[in-house]
Design a protein around this ligand. Sequence first.
Ligand code: AHR
Length: 537
Amino acid sequence: MSTTSRRRFLQQASSAGVACSASLLFGRSLSAHPASEPVRIYVDSKRTIAPIDRNLFGSFLEHLGRAIYEGISDPGSKLSDSNGFRKDVMEEIRQLGVPIVRYPGGNFVSGYNWLDGVGPKQDRPRVLDRAWNSLNSNQFGTNEFLAWCKAVGTEPLMGLNLGTGTPEQAADLVEYCNIPNGTRWSDLRRKHGISEPYKIQRWCLGNEMDGPWQIGHMSAADYGMKAADAARQMRDVDPSLKLVACGSSGPGMPTYLEWDREVLEHCYEYVDGLSLHRYFDNAETTGGDSAKFLALNLSMERQIAETVAVCDLVRGRKRSPKKLWLSFDEWNVWYRERHGDAVNGHGKMAPHLLEEIYNLEDALLVGGLINSLVRNSDRVKLACLAQLVNVIAPIMTNADGLFRQTIYYPYSWGLQFARGAALNLLVESSTYEVPGFEHVPHVDVAGTLNSGDGSVSLFILNRDLSKAHELEINWEDHAPTRVLNASVLTGDDLKASNSFQTPQKVAPQTFAKPAVTGSRTKSEVPARSYTLLQWSM
Ligand code: AHR
């Protein structure tokens, strides 16, 4: 079933999924704070939420459009190495420090036979991928992906086919990847030239199985039982695996939360995490209202809270000592390249699909979404920006090079600076009204404390489209000694975007280093901005 059907499904309850109360989320009323007052941020190094798992800033590569072929693997290119991997793309990913990459899908995985993508390349079949109506030469498969992961220094998050695939085939792939030797599938890997096992830890038990567009879509009970069976067989092969079951693919689904509950009733004891997915749009959901669009990260937080509630409900019913973590393994802005030819490969290899061009306001929301993930790092232990190259991606390539999209920058700040523990900040900000959200803070702040290098970082989204906001940062215990980094992403034109011709149109600018006086720092964030400040303590 096509992505259009997915959209229709998601529209049905989109308003329900979006509505939420900021005061409810932040546990206190923000409405009384006058706009004339500075935004007050209280930082107490003893008040932390949780250690941040590095995998909170993962990403995703699917056999879709030009993500793999042309984006990652382009054997004929002057820019590729002897493996056919694009060197410029590898350098970007290394520099970003992406900790984990989900692969090979997405919708693609639900019709994928992993055996088609291993062994001598000349023997691999060319197959029609029915999820995206595209041709897959299978020249890039599991071993190529794992070699690429090693080369860029990232960990794989392997997706399994629980659509057309069976639990037995899932366990076979684990055996192929993780057993040293002496069994049918491990010996096949060795025959394919890989003597050492990969020891892959994290696996996704299927993809969006709640969606009628998904190949092999089934009921929650059927999926829950199939996931439990796959998990048992996989753990028989390797007991150390960390497994993620498919949760709802978004709050717009008619089965939202009920799917999650029923799935977990069947497989709670066999899995470690539950997945969530979400794509934000600035059309149907917002009617193009940028002020509303920039509030949408609050609805991500509501989705997390609701999903956590279901996990803990099932935990209680089962009297289980185990607490599940969440894997937000697809999230991004995506709404333009979502219809017609943008999602239909017409039977071609590497078609231009989902090539969303991001603007400044998309990047600001991505900053807000990073803030939301940081604030929820007690339960969200893994998350993937969907996706990484060419397909709804921060990096776009052509035959001559690449450019960084606007969303690259907030993502790279999360990767570089959100380290250590998430801070439980107290933030007093004026608010504005968005129907369905009640009071939305003009300024949204997340913070981290890295006791390893003694640094504190603040990530500040100013949603106010017309006004700068003064900040007053109150250091409740330790005042910082000096500013290490200060950058801002802003501009006059919310619709401005980067391209091969103008790659730096939207890029971070230096932000005036704020001075610390006693236990207080004063500063000002411009209208329509996302700011990173990092201090050493
Ligand atoms: O990331 C693009 C697609 O969005 C994925 O294939 C699917 O899981 C989701 O619907």
